[in-house]
Design a protein around this ligand. Structure first.
Ligand SMILES: C[S@@+](CC[C@H](N)C(=O)[O-])C[C@H]1O[C@@H](n2cnc3c(N)ncnc32)[C@H](O)[C@@H]1O
Length: 178
């Protein structure tokens, strides 16, 4: 990921959780805004940043939709382990496209539950019933790529880097089309 980002890039991360990835990547960029819609996650991320300052990095409570309305554009938008959790995948992808400068790149890694063991899919509704799982989108990597293309992205790479025998979390690199 560091190789994909440059020292002149303004970067936005969505669904950053507690900020571990942001803390690893931000020093190779011009600016790196890491966001999550959970205030609790951002509070933990802020405390980690206070212990390990990185001048380019800031954290904020926000979503793709709220940020897109602000009109700021980024060279790269990142979303790791995030797209399968959003409520409205086409709407979020449209907001991400709006957040990118012309030719900007969207880098994601996403759990594609349709490509996983069916037992995992069966377990999710049961876990949701007991409040143990959030809202989850079930789609395949093929469907995710199609959703990106419908939202105005061209997919450059779709690669699997997991160490397990069957990795169903593709890294997809896509750029905004005109
Ligand atoms: C599985 S965690 C992944 C955290 C981090 N990106 C990582 O890979 O370790 C998913 C994160 O996405 C956030 N999230 C889920 N839906 C979101 C949304 N619609 N907008 C912003 N953040 C969201 C959650 O609060 C959570 O912190």
């Amino acid at each position: 990921m560091r190789g994909l980002l440059g020292p002149k890039d303004s970067v936005l991360e969505l669904g950053c959780g507690t900020g571990s990835t942001a803390l690893l990547l931000a020093d190779g960029t011009a600016s790196y805004l890491a966001t999550d819609f959970s205030a609790e996650m951002i509070a933990i991320a802020e405390s980690k940043l206070a212990q390990q300052p990185v001048s380019q990095l800031s954290f904020r409570v926000a979503s793709a939709e709220t940020l897109a309305a602000e009109g700021v554009r980024y060279d790269a938008v990142l979303g790791f382990n995030y797209l399968h959790l959003v409520d409205d995948l086409p709407g979020t992808l449209a907001a991400i496209r709006d957040l990118l400068a012309p030719g900007g790149v969207f880098i994601s890694k996403t759990a594609c539950l349709s490509d996983m063991n069916p037992l995992i899919r069966l377990a999710i509704p049961v876990m949701q019933l007991f409040g143990r799982a959030p809202h989850v989108n079930v789609f395949s990597a093929t469907a995710l790529r199609e959703a990106m293309q419908s939202a105005g992205f061209a997919v450059d790479f779709c690669e699997y880097h997991g160490s397990g025998r069957k990795d169903a979390r593709p890294v997809i690199i896509a750029h905004k089309t005109e």
